[in-house]
Design a protein around this ligand. Structure first.
Ligand code: EPU
Length: 418
């Protein structure tokens, strides 16, 4: 495994390009299972997770090639419908193949994703939705086997809380089902809308784009797609917050500021200067940041995937900040590591109370989940001295060329073998 070495206390300055979104690219790639022909997906980041889902598709008989950031995928001769534990265990989002495989092949067997560092993360909504569309489900030996004798039929599913991959999985199953399906309390994340747009371009009939009620009129077959992956709003947010934490000013290009409504309001309230244009954003930190409170919510609320990074920023604020996590029950693992760097944080239930300090100090810390790693990265950039973040394979999963981009902003950062 690699570790990241950051020689901190240096302001960031410069311009970087934001990559395509991992969490949008994964469902877009899974959706290629729905129709034969070459699908073309632009702006696909080259990350461990995108490589994993392509490896999974290969085991079903798919072919693919990459031309720069454009991915071409062909799923004409599918000859296997089983997603093995070996691949699924390395990436929870592998569950995204369940809906499309079942819709196209009438059968799918997918290893259950199992536990996860950020909480229990069940898949009961995915399974209930498929059941409501007439699928028979069998849970045995850690695998879910789903089958639909003739065809899936339209069904209605209500999510107790909006689920991103749950909405995506049910959407992909419903587009080829017989009749009408309705997803109530659907997730409205931009990644879901990106998938809706891909499916519509393939000939799917979907109403309610960008709303929490999606109605899908099943069609008999679909055509191959050409679609562009949306810019990564979490990568964008991570660099905006990093500039706030370390100081300096930067321009992020090829992004979509309109996908970060809650973050931009909060960062302005903290005193950052943010100038948005249609596909770029400028950020600078003129003075020490003010403390702000945040509570994570489904889109368009404050994203859980930026909570850890914002906590690093608040560690250096002028006062007291309350950060409440409402999506995942175990997403404060960065707290212990930030405290090793001098942060003052107390956890009270699902809230963290952060008292701003004047300075963080470099330390040896360990990355836990993906976003916790990004939080420690931000703290390391601001800290006096050297920070060593071990187990950074999580960061490689999410951030395309992170070291290169940080170096382009003037950070003294390098990757070393552990
Ligand atoms: N939930 C259930 N049952 C289900 C599904 C979800 O109870 O069947 C609950 C979850 O436990 C959670 C809430 O619903 O409390 C929302 O979870 P959601 O299903 O939306 O999460 P997800 O689809 O598994 C995606 C992202 C995550 C991101 C969350 C929240 C992908 C591949 N993953 O996960 O991203 O944190 O939405 O926005 O899209 C990451 O990239 O690091 C990451 C974890």
């Amino acid at each position: 495994m690699d570790k990241l070495i950051i020689d901190g206390a240096r302001k960031l300055q410069g311009e970087i390009r934001i990559s395509g979104a991992k969490n949008a690219a994964l469902p877009l790639i899974a959706a290629t299972l729905l129709a034969p022909g070459w699908h073309i997906i632009h702006n696909v980041p080259d990350l461990r997770d995108t490589r994993t889902i392509l490896a999974l598709l290969e085991t079903f008989g798919a072919e693919w090639k990459r031309e720069g950031s454009t991915l071409l995928v062909k799923t004409d001769s599918l000859n296997n419908f089983e997603a093995s534990y070996d691949l699924v265990k390395t990436m929870r989002a592998s569950i995204l193949v369940l809906g499309p495989l079942l819709a196209r092949m009438g059968k799918a067997k997918v290893s259950l994703p199992g536990g996860c560092a950020i909480g229990a993360r069940p898949i009961d909504f995915h399974l209930q939705g498929l059941k409501n569309m007439g699928a028979s489900l069998d849970l045995e030996d850690g695998y879910v086997t789903a089958s639909a004798q003739n065809h899936l039929t339209g069904g209605t599913i209500y999510f107790d809380v909006p689920s991103v991959t749950g909405t995506e999985n049910i959407l992909m199953a419903a587009v080829l089902a017989k009749g009408e399906s309705v997803i109530k309390n659907a997730a409205r994340e931009p990644e879901v809308t990106n998938l809706v747009d891909m499916l519509i371009s393939m000939g799917a009939r979907i109403e309610g784009r960008e709303t929490d009620r999606l109605t899908i009129h099943g069609v008999k077959s679909l055509n191959p797609a050409e679609i562009t992956t949306i810019p990564d709003r979490i990568e964008t947010g991570t660099y905006l917050i990093a500039v706030g934490t370390a100081g300096g000013e930067a321009t992020l290009t090829h992004c979509n500021p309109s996908h970060l409504p809650a973050l931009i309001v909060k960062l302005r309230a903290a005193g950052l200067i943010i100038k948005e244009s249609e596909n770029s954003i400028f950020v600078s930190r003129p003075a020490k940041v003010q403390s702000i409170d945040i509570k994570t919510h489904p889109y368009p609320g404050f994203p859980t995937d930026l909570q850890a990074q914002l906590m690093a920023l608040m560690s250096l604020s002028t006062g007291l900040s309350v950060i409440t996590e409402t999506i995942f029950e175990n997403r404060f693992m960065h707290v212990a590591e930030l405290k090793r760097m001098g942060a003052e944080i107390k956890i009270n239930g699902n809230s963290a109370i952060v008292k701003g300090v004047n300075q963080l100090n470099g330390a040896q810390v360990m990355a836990t989940d993906l976003r916790a790693s990004a939080s420690l990265g931000g703290a390391g950039l601001a800290a006096q001295g050297v920070t060593e973040i071990s187990r950074i394979y999580h960061l490689d999963r999410e951030n395309e060329d992170m070291v290169g981009k940080l170096q382009a902003l003037g950070a003294r950062v390098s990757k070393e073998k552990e």
